[in-house]
Design a protein around this ligand. Structure first.
Ligand code: SPV
Ligand code: MG
Length: 293
């Protein structure tokens, strides 16, 4: 039994305690999230593709995503939940993905009930939803192929985002949980948490729920605690923070033609040497390289 998978499973399924997953999109953002104290990571499709300057519509191949994940997993000891979009195809593509994720020490994957290639949920363009039965088969295929019992499969419901009624979202939640999903992610693009809180209230209480409050960020976290939500995903805030900081700094350097104004606002190289444990390398050199040469 894999300890990281067990930890993620607990984070995603414990309704008694609200947990938080922080977005990461490369090795260093994963490491920083761990450094500040987060217990688990969300490998965001939007953030990983945006950091490649690609659109969040499966423009990058899933093998390219896998390479990023490998560096993230190497960088941290906390579990990683991959935003696996649609599973990159049908049930068969998905179960191969699950195998590859387990091989690379990724602790879980979230799949959404859209048709490949997907589009980000917050663009104008409508996504095509998959049939409920087809998506249940995909979840089952993943569950059947996973080796570690605590590898997590989260099923993400796009019904509300697509304008379908609450009843459709609820019936999908029950079906996906029945098919073997460890938790249900109910997505919403509303500006308040009312829609997801109504869903939480109507959903059978044994089903663990995960939320992504990107659009309804003003709703106090207390409300989600009171609703016994298992976990919240801060889905793209590391990437958006980096993007804004890079843009601000580069513009300043371009305009001012000096580094004088930005130095105080950017990380020192010493801090990065510390985080990446350069000291360990010097100690290893003393141990493994011939000395006094
Ligand atoms: C992502 O971070 O890629 C997500 C969440 O899927 S969202 O973009 O909010 O739909
Ligand atoms: Mg995504």
């Amino acid at each position: 039994v894999n300890i990281k998978n067990t930890h993620l499973h607990k984070i995603l399924t414990s309704k008694e305690e609200l947990s938080f997953l922080m977005e990461a999109h490369n090795g260093i953002s994963a490491k920083l999230a761990e450094e500040v104290g987060f217990q688990a990571l969300w490998a965001s499709g939007f953030s990983i593709s945006s950091s490649m300057a690609l659109r969040d519509c499966n423009e990058s191949s899933w093998r390219e995503v896998l390479d990023v994940l490998e560096l993230m997993a190497d960088a941290v000891n906390i579990p990683i939940l991959l935003d696996g979009d649609t599973g990159y195809g049908n049930f068969n593509n998905f179960r191969r993905l699950v195998q590859k994720l387990e091989q690379r020490s990724i602790s879980g994957v979230c799949i959404e009930d859209k048709v490949f290639p997907k589009l980000n949920s917050f663009v104008e363009q409508k996504n095509r939803l998959s049939q409920k039965e087809e998506f249940c088969g995909k979840i089952k295929a993943g569950k059947d192929i996973q080796r570690d019992p605590n590898f997590c499969i989260v099923a993400r419901i796009e019904a509300l985002v697509s304008g379908l009624p609450m009843e459709e979202a609820l019936s999908r939640a029950e079906a996906y949980y029945e098919a073997g999903a460890d938790a249900i992610l109910i997505h919403s693009k509303k500006e308040t948490g009312e829609e997801v809180l109504e869903f939480a209230q109507k959903c059978p209480s044994h089903i663990p729920l995960v939320l992504v409050p990107t659009k309804y960020y003003k709703t106090p976290t207390e409300k989600f605690k009171d609703a016994q939500i298992a976990a919240i995903i801060w889905a793209n805030h590391s990437f958006r923070a980096a993007y804004a900081a890079i843009k601000r700094t580069l513009s300043n350097i371009y305009q001012s033609e000096t580094l004088k104004e930005v130095e105080a606002d950017i990380a020192s190289m010493e801090e990065i040497f510390d985080l990446l444990q350069y000291k360990e390398l010097y100690e290893a050199e003393r141990k493994y390289l011939p000395q006094n040469t």
